[in-house]
Design a protein around this ligand. Structure first.
Ligand SMILES: Cc1cc2nc3c(=O)[nH]c(=O)nc-3n(C[C@H](O)[C@H](O)[C@H](O)COP(=O)(O)O)c2cc1C
Length: 201
């Protein structure tokens, strides 16, 4: 089993939610699947660039010997290749301003490429990947239900993207309502940890 583990939280060690939970899930998946290989991408450390003209051009360009173009091609190819090679993808992501952190969006922009992870057909777009994705999410407020459910552009967006590239097996683990106080924080983390335990059992 090949596991691709992504983290996008900029929290420091005093307030870890998604990094702690995604790490826990990967550890348990590894324990349940001896010999599993793990590729880890810390997207905050990676600081992938925003799409600019070179990146846009690189999707279809041949390597012309230009150093920046060559670096850009090899960067997105490496990211696409490790996604294609993954049987399981674990994404740890907090909610920032109702959606994904821009570091994770930059990763999506590097891998959601026509001809690589999806293609256009006469019947419409077709995803080229398969496998399983776990979305390990955290937010200050509560979005899985209640008055703010319509503000959830985190789980809905990530689910749409992974479905679009062909991965339909998506499981969501949430620690939400963290900002409602220490008791809710602890309860949300305990409930997410329980779900992780059940997944790996
Ligand atoms: C830049 C920033 C933006 C945030 N935006 C939201 C938001 O829109 N909605 C929300 O409920 N929480 C928001 N939060 C709170 C985080 O989602 C929450 O603290 C989460 O538990 C952080 O997870 P982590 O510890 O894994 O980083 C924001 C936090 C930061 C730092």
């Amino acid at each position: 089993m090949n596991i691709l583990h992504l983290d996008a939280s900029a929290s420091d060690s005093t307030a870890l939610h998604t990094r702690r939970l995604s790490g826990e899930l990967v550890q348990r998946l590894e324990a349940a699947n001896p010999g599993a290989t793990i590729v880890y991408r810390d997207l905050v450390a990676a600081q992938l660039p925003h799409i600019d003209m070179t990146i846009r051009h690189a999707w279809t360009a041949e390597d012309t010997g230009d150093t920046r173009l060559a670096e850009t091609i090899s960067r997105f190819k490496a990211l696409v290749d490790e996604l294609k090679a993954a049987d399981v993808v674990v994404v740890g992501s907090p909610m920032y301003n109702f959606t994904v952190p821009s570091t994770l969006k930059a990763w999506v922009d590097h891998v959601a490429i026509a001809g690589q992870t999806f293609s256009y057909t006469a019947e419409g777009p077709r995803g080229l990947l398969n496998g399983k994705v776990y979305l390990v999410l955290s937010s200050g407020g509560i979005y899985s239900q209640g008055p703010f459910a319509a503000y959830d552009h985190l789980s809905t967006y990530l689910k749409a993207i992974v479905n679009f590239v062909g991965i339909v097996d998506v499981e969501i683990i949430r620690a939400e309502g963290i900002a409602y106080g220490p008791e809710q924080d602890q309860a949300a983390m305990a409930s997410a940890a329980q779900k992780i335990e059940a997944i790996a059992a």
